[in-house]
Design a binder for this molecule. Structure first.
Ligand SMILES: *[C@@H]1O[C@H](CO)[C@@H](O)[C@H](O)[C@H]1NC(C)=O
Ligand SMILES: *[C@@H]1O[C@H](CO)[C@@H](O)[C@H](O)[C@H]1NC(C)=O
Ligand SMILES: *[C@@H]1O[C@H](CO)[C@@H](O)[C@H](O)[C@H]1NC(C)=O
Ligand SMILES: *[C@@H]1O[C@H](CO)[C@@H](O)[C@H](O)[C@H]1NC(C)=O
Ligand SMILES: *[C@@H]1O[C@H](CO)[C@@H](O)[C@H](O)[C@H]1NC(C)=O
Length: 418
């Protein structure tokens, strides 16, 4: 099986690295470069997500993009956290002086629904939040807890400071890819004339940092730049570009936010989705192309294919309308039709191998016999998405993802048999 060992001999290692950098057009991604790895909430396989440590580790592991989710405090400071509340990723429940902040909160928007008893970030000032410590996400028991209580919640500004610092420290460019969480909620709490306080806050911060003005779009990482071994050995590819701080994309699940952002900035907009059937048709992609350069579907849509996925998960759609829009695309055609329109694909989220492959494939209703599209293991899963020509992947355990990407690349270039 493993007749050619990549790591057992340094000569093979260097042969592999230099060949890797020589030719950058063998991957089936839009630009022919390797799939870009996005550190999902930083590196949360080992560190509390969205912590200083998790961002540092993401950079050390040479992810191409480093993701923060963005929400707002009571005093209007943008901070990085996945949830609008605190109990899932912090020690808030153990801080007596904040006990009275716990409340039931209901918010119903077009794209945001919250109904939960918890401590809400928008009820705390930024200064108060500094007393709260991050812990491993409690929804994922496989994650180690040994860095619990070491870090505080960061502002979006200190996240950007951190990215600029690691850019210098590791001498390579990282993309920033903030996701605006629940824009309807924050725009209802903070009023502004155009009703787009949240989006405008983010853009103002990016503009001040030089990310914004007329940026022609985010360049691809240079071939080989993202390789972990390359980073560790400090080997630069021939076509290496020096760190420029300016690689960026902005994500949201709210299509109106995406559309608004697209009128305000040339930074590529990432349209996130798991439940809009009409988007997975040729006409749907024409529509997405009007505001988004990166389409980010829940990964099961690309495993099962859109139609089977929506049927299995009982998401309703209008058959006549879908037919009129050109019909559902297969997973493979979804990629090629996106690429035809200049759209890159960025499915989410690829967990580490302690956590299984995908929701649909770990559900008790489904198994690999009834659903042959389910990957056998993490390698199978990543290789399937690499072979489709997936442009970005949101990954946890970046080290594992790097090893799989290196092995796939090795197979492509050197006729290896990993
Ligand atoms: C919120 O959730 C509770 C408990 O599940 C439910 O009883 C209540 O009806 C929900 N409220 C709204 C407004 O959806
Ligand atoms: C970034 O580096 C500067 C200078 O070394 C330091 O003062 C600052 O605290 C660092 N910021 C972060 C967020 O790491
Ligand atoms: C960063 O990498 C570039 C390209 O290899 C090199 O020219 C430069 O000297 C490096 N800078 C530092 C500070 O190591
Ligand atoms: C389904 O879509 C067709 C074509 O767009 C439309 O004429 C029809 O009213 C829709 N049916 C329903 C139940 O919405
Ligand atoms: C998969 O599910 C089918 C239908 O529920 C069942 O008949 C079959 O035994 C299952 N196979 C495995 C390997 O669990």
């Amino acid at each position: 099986m493993y007749s050619k060992s990549l790591l057992s001999s340094s000569s093979i290692l260097f042969l592999s690295l230099s060949s890797v950098f020589a030719d950058s057009c063998q991957w089936d991604t839009l630009h022919g470069n390797p799939t870009k790895l996005v550190g999902h909430r930083g590196e949360k396989a080992f560190m509390p997500e969205h912590s200083y440590g998790s961002y540092h580790l993401t950079a050390f592991e040479a992810a191409d993009y480093i993701e923060p989710d963005v929400v707002a405090t009571k005093d209007g400071v943008l901070v990085v956290c996945h949830d609008e509340w605190l109990s899932t990723t912090t020690n808030i429940a153990s801080i007596a002086k904040f006990a009275n902040r716990k409340k039931n909160f209901v918010f119903e928007g077009k794209y945001t629904t919250i109904n939960r008893t918890d401590y809400y970030i928008h009820d705390f000032t930024y200064a108060e939040l500094q007393e709260v410590k991050l812990v491993a996400n409690k929804n994922f028991p496989t994650r180690p807890t040994y860095f619990d209580n070491d870090f505080s919640i960061m502002s979006f500004d200190s996240y950007l400071d951190k990215i600029m610092n690691v850019t210098q420290l590791f001498n390579r460019t990282y993309g920033i890819i903030p996701e605006l969480k629940s824009p309807e909620l924050y725009n209802s709490l903070f009023k502004s004339a155009n009703g787009r306080w949240f989006e405008d806050q983010l853009l103002a911060i990016l503009e001040k940092r030089g990310f914004f003005t007329n940026q022609p779009g985010s360049p691809d990482p240079v071939m080989g730049e993202g390789d972990l071994l390359n980073s560790l050995l400090n080997i630069k590819p021939a076509n290496y570009v020096k760190p420029n701080y300016l690689r960026a994309a902005i994500q949201s699940f709210d299509p109106e936010t995406c559309q608004y952002l697209a009128t305000k900035t040339k930074i590529p907009i990432v349209a996130l989705d798991s439940a809009t059937p009409t988007w997975y048709t040729p006409k749907g992609l024409d529509h997405i192309a009007t505001f988004s350069k990166i389409f980010s579907p829940w990964k099961d849509l690309m495993l099962a294919g859109p139609q089977l996925y929506f049927d299995l998960t009982k998401v309703a759609y209008n058959k006549t309308e879908i037919k009129e829009m050109g019909g559902f695309l297969s997973a493979k055609d979804l990629v090629s039709e996106c690429h035809k329109r200049g759209i890159e694909l960025s499915p989410y989220t690829f967990y580490d191998s302690r956590q299984g492959n995908s929701l649909i494939c770990s559900s008790p209703t489904y198994n690999t016999t009834t659903f042959p599209f389910c990957p056998k293991n993490k390698k199978d899963e990543f290789f399937y998405f690499f072979s489709l020509g997936t442009d970005y992947m949101f990954v946890e355990n970046i080290f594992e993802a790097q090893v799989l990407r290196l092995a796939y690349d090795y197979n492509l270039r050197l006729d290896g048999d990993f």
